[in-house]
Design a protein around this ligand. Sequence first.
Ligand SMILES: C[S@@+](CC[C@H](N)C(=O)[O-])C[C@H]1O[C@@H](n2cnc3c(N)ncnc32)[C@H](O)[C@@H]1O
Length: 218
Amino acid sequence: MQPEHHGDHGDVADLFTQATWDARYAESDRIWSGRPNQRLVEQASGLTPGEALDVGAGEGADAVWLAGQGWQVAALDVSEVALARVAAHAEEAGVGERVVTVHLDVMGGGPLPGAYDLVSAQYLHPPAERLAEIVGILGAAVRPGGTLLVVGHHPDDLATGLRSGHGHPELLFTPDKVVAALPADEWRVEVADAQTREVSDGEGMVTVTDTVVVAIRR
Ligand SMILES: C[S@@+](CC[C@H](N)C(=O)[O-])C[C@H]1O[C@@H](n2cnc3c(N)ncnc32)[C@H](O)[C@@H]1O
């Protein structure tokens, strides 16, 4: 995932609506790179494929990659424009039968449908005061023995200038904020790290930092 500039400094709640994301996706045929997220590939490559839920699936690069690894994938997003792209990309990649789309507003606060061996949320940044609640909702969709993978932009990235486009720096989160939402008697946390990677900002390479949390449901 590369572009981060939403160009909008309005109400934070507007960052999570279908209208906002449908409009954003409709701006161009493709807004993300089409490549699976590095952290997903790193963390999920060693897992035994089963049923996966990708929350905030975007245009489906992660869902298509997971399906290619043998997973049965539910790609969930608030944007129907994005979900149409997920379905098209899955068909093009020959994994259409292993990817279903789920149109749902995860900020609605209700439980997610189904139970999964892997629930992945890549760069979904809930309002700061709702992060714990949303992590709890994601976690509730993980089967016992299954994996929760939460990846986000770390606040250290604010120094790069790459994450200031939407005007809500408080949306970036540290690993401890995610771990705090995972009761120790229910979860074994395997990874809670700030991990760096190099990306191009259009002029040169910049070091960015991801929050990466992997937890296994007991
Ligand atoms: C920053 S993008 C990340 C997309 C993808 N995971 C990736 O890494 O390329 C955030 C995604 O979350 C989706 N999203 C935003 N608010 C949402 C909500 N309330 N419920 C479900 N999905 C939402 C957006 O439509 C968008 O596709």
